[in-house]
Design a protein around this ligand. Structure first.
Ligand SMILES: Cc1cc2nc3c(=O)[nH]c(=O)nc-3n(C[C@H](O)[C@H](O)[C@H](O)COP(=O)(O)O)c2cc1C
Length: 366
C-alpha cells in the first residue's frame, strides 16, 4: 500500500470499539485473538502500519478488558512479516533503560519494523490508583524529555552516561542494537507547546490528532518553522473513516454511530472524565463534535469514496505521510477502505505524480 510517501495504518482494538460501545455490528472485543486477527488482516490488505495504544486500565470503562501494549507488540512482531508495529509508551511507567531494552528486542524480533510512540499521558486515575505521582502537565513533559533523550541514545546503540534531574545513568550500552537499521522509529503524540518542542528536538514523526485540514496545515507549518537537527520531521494523522458509495450513505452510518454513542457511551466523552485538564488534546477534540478517539471524524474522512480519497490527498499535500485510521465495525470497514479508497488514492496519485513525488519543503531543505 506504500505509494510514494502516503502510508496507511490502523489502530489496534486494544480497548474495544473506537466510536461507540454497544454496537450490535461490533461486539466489545479487546482480546489478544481479536487484535491478532485484525493486524494479520490489515497486513494482508496492504496496510503499512499498526498503532498499539498503551493503557493499563481500559480508559473508557475500567471494568472492560484492555490489551497490554508491549507484550502484544512483541507477539505481533513475531507473527507478522511486513507491517510496521508501533507501541505507545508513557514515560512514567518504565525506567528508560528497561524500556529501551524492550524496544530493541521487539525491533529485532520484527526485523526492523518497530516504532515507539511517546505519549505523555492524560489519564490521571490510572496513575493515581497505582500510587504513581501524576505531576502537572508541563512538569510531566520535562520528565518525558529527559526520559526520551536517554531512550533515543540507548536504542541507537550508544553508550550513555547521563546525570539529570530525574535519571542517573553510568556508562550503559545495550547490545544487540538494531540489526536492521540505526534504531527503531520514534513517534510522538501530543499537541501542547512542550509536546511540539519535544517533537522538533527528538521525534522522527509527529502524530497529530484528527482535525480539519486548515488546522492540520497550520500545525505542520508551525513545526516546519522550528529548528531541528537531523532528518526532516514526518507527520502522521489520527482519523476515523466512514466511506461509502455516496455521501448520503456515509452520513447515514455516521448518524447510526452517533446515536449509539449517545445511548451507550461515547468513548471520547467517557475518556474526558478522567483527563488531566491541562491536556491540549481534549481541548482540540472538544472544538469539533466527532466520533472516535484522538479527533476521530473531525478530520473529515466521512463521505463518498471519492471525497475521502480527495481529502486524504489534500492532507498529504499539507504534509501528512502516515494516516493512522480508526473504523467501526473494524474488520469490514478496514476491508472496504482498502478496496475502495486506497485504489482511488493510488490512481489519483498516478495522475498527479508530478506534484505528489515532489519532496516537502523541509525534506528539500535538509
Ligand atoms: C496518535 C496519538 C496516539 C496516542 N496514544 C495514546 C496512548 O496510547 N495512551 C495515552 O495515554 N495517550 C495517548 N495519546 C494521547 C497523548 O497522551 C496526549 O496527546 C497527551 O497526553 C496530551 O498531551 P498534549 O497536552 O501535549 O496534547 C495519543 C495521542 C495521539 C495524537
Amino acid at each position: 500500500m506504500s505509494e510514494g510517501t502516503i502510508r496507511f495504518g490502523v489502530w489496534a482494538p486494544v480497548h474495544g470499539p473506537r466510536a461507540a460501545l454497544g454496537d450490535p455490528r461490533e461486539p466489545f472485543d479487546a482480546s489478544w485473538d481479536h487484535n491478532l486477527a485484525v493486524v494479520l488482516e490489515a497486513e494482508e490488505l496492504g496496510f503499512d502500519s499498526t498503532l498499539i495504544a498503551q493503557h493499563t486500565v481500559n480508559p473508557h470503562l475500567p471494568e472492560n478488558d484492555q490489551l497490554e501494549a508491549w507484550t502484544a507488540a512483541a507477539a505481533l512482531a513475531a507473527l507478522t512479516s511486513r507491517i510496521e508495529i508501533i507501541a505507545a509508551i508513557k514515560p512514567y511507567i518504565l525506567h528508560p533503560v528497561f524500556l529501551a531494552k524492550m524496544a530493541l528486542q521487539i525491533e529485532n524480533v520484527s526485523r526492523g519494523r518497530f516504532g515507539l510512540n511517546f505519549v505523555n499521558a492524560w489519564n490521571k486515575t490510572e496513575f493515581e490508583r497505582a500510587g504513581i505521582p501524576f505531576g502537572e502537565h508541563d512538569e510531566r513533559y520535562a520528565y518525558g524529555a529527559e526520559w526520551i533523550s536517554i531512550v533515543s541514545r540507548l536504542i541507537a546503540g550508544e553508550e550513555v552516561t547521563h546525570q539529570g534531574r530525574h535519571f542517573s545513568i553510568d556508562g550503559y550500552r545495550l547490545t544487540p542494537k538494531s540489526l536492521y537499521r540505526r534504531r527503531p522509529s520514534i513517534y510522538i503524540g501530543g499537541e501542547s507547546e512542550p509536546a511540539r518542542d519535544l517533537v522538533a528536538r527528538q521525534g522522527d514523526t509527529w502524530f497529530i490528532n484528527g482535525q480539519p485540514l486548515d488546522a492540520v496545515a497550520g500545525l505542520v507549518e508551525d513545526l516546519r518553522g522550528r529548528s531541528r537537527s537531523g532528518a526532516a520531521l514526518r507527520y502522521g494523522l489520527a482519523a476515523f473513516v466512514i466511506a461509502r458509495d455516496t455521501e448520503a450513505e456515509a452520513q447515514e452510518e455516521y448518524d447510526r454511530l452517533l446515536a449509539l454513542a449517545g445511548a451507550n457511551g461515547d468513548v471520547h466523552a467517557l475518556q474526558s472524565r478522567k483527563a488531566d485538564p491541562g491536556a491540549v488534546m481534549f481541548r482540540t477534540i472538544a472544538k469539533t463534535a466527532s466520533l472516535g478517539t484522538n479527533g476521530g471524524t473531525a478530520a473529515g474522512l466521512v463521505g463518498s469514496y471519492d471525497q475521502v480519497a480527495e481529502r486524504i490527498l489534500a492532507f498529504h499535500d499539507a504534509g501528512i505521510e502516515l494516516f493512522m485510521l480508526q473504523f467501526q465495525p473494524l474488520r469490514s470497514e478496514m476491508k472496504r477502505f482498502a478496496e475502495h479508497v486506497v485504489s482511488r488514492v493510488r490512481s489519483s496519485r498516478v495522475n498527479r505524480a508530478d506534484t505528489l513525488e515532489r519532496p516537502t519543503r523541509q525534506q528539500a531543505a535538509t
